[in-house]
Design a protein around this ligand. Structure first.
Ligand SMILES: [Zn+2]
Ligand SMILES: [Zn+2]
Ligand SMILES: [Zn+2]
Length: 179
C-alpha cells in the first residue's frame, strides 16, 4: 500500500465525496491501488468546497467538523484507479463535482474507507511506500477490501463481484479484478 500526505481539510474531503486529487506534477506515476491518506499538519484556513455545477456555491468544508483535530494522522484508505492531466483526452472526470482542476494532474480516487481510529504517522512528500507494520494497523480497522479496486462487501463493484481465493491468501482480489 502507498501513502500520500494531503493538507487538511482536503484530506478529510476525500472521505466526504472529493473524487480527484489535483497535483501540479505526476506524483502518481504508474501506481494503481490502495493509498493511505495521511492528513498533514497544515490546515488551510480559507478552504472552501465548491459543490455542483448547477449549484455552484461555497459550502462549509469539513462537514463532520473534525478535520482540524485530525492532523498528522492517517485517516483512511482510498483507491487510486487512474492518473491523467486535466487537458488530456483521457480525462472523464466529472466537472460537475467542482473538484477536477483543468490545469492539474488528476489522481482519480474511488472507494474511500475512513478509519474509526486515525493512526499517528509522519508524512513525506509524494507517493511513498507505507511501512508494513502501519499497513497492518490500518487493515485491522477496515473490512476486507480488494487490493486493486478497493471494493468491499458493502460497496461492491458493478456488476456485483465476489471474493477470489488467492494462493498466498494475500492480497485479496475481487472477481472483477482477478481477470
Ligand atoms: Zn480528470
Ligand atoms: Zn476489485
Ligand atoms: Zn469488486
Amino acid at each position: 500500500m502507498k501513502v500520500l500526505t494531503v493538507r487538511q481539510p482536503w484530506a478529510s474531503a476525500i472521505f466526504n465525496g472529493k473524487p480527484v486529487e489535483n497535483r501540479t506534477t505526476n506524483i502518481f506515476g504508474a501506481y494503481r491501488g490502495p493509498v493511505a491518506i495521511h492528513a498533514g499538519r497544515a490546515y488551510e484556513e480559507d478552504a472552501i468546497i465548491w459543490a455542483g455545477a448547477t449549484d455552484i456555491r461555497p459550502v462549509p468544508v469539513d462537514p463532520e467538523g473534525d478535520a482540524r483535530e485530525m492532523r498528522a494522522v492517517i485517516i483512511g484508505v482510498v483507491n487510486l484507479i487512474d492518473a491523467h492531466t486535466g487537458w488530456s483526452v483521457d480525462c472523464d472526470c466529472d466537472d460537475a463535482t467542482g473538484w477536477p482542476e483543468p490545469n492539474a494532474w488528476h489522481g482519480v480516487l474511488e472507494h474511500p474507507r475512513a478509519l474509526a481510529t486515525p493512526i499517528p504517522y509522519k508524512g513525506a512528500l509524494g507517493l511513498r511506500d507505507l511501512p508494513g507494520d502501519v499497513e497492518r494497523q490500518i487493515r485491522e480497522q477496515l473490512p476486507l477490501f480488494c487490493s486493486k479496486c478497493g471494493c468491499t462487501d458493502d460497496n461492491a463493484c458493478t456488476p456485483p463481484c465476489s471474493w477470489v481465493p488467492c494462493p498466498e491468501g494475500w492480497p485479496p482480489l475481487c472477481s472483477r479484478c482477478f481477470a
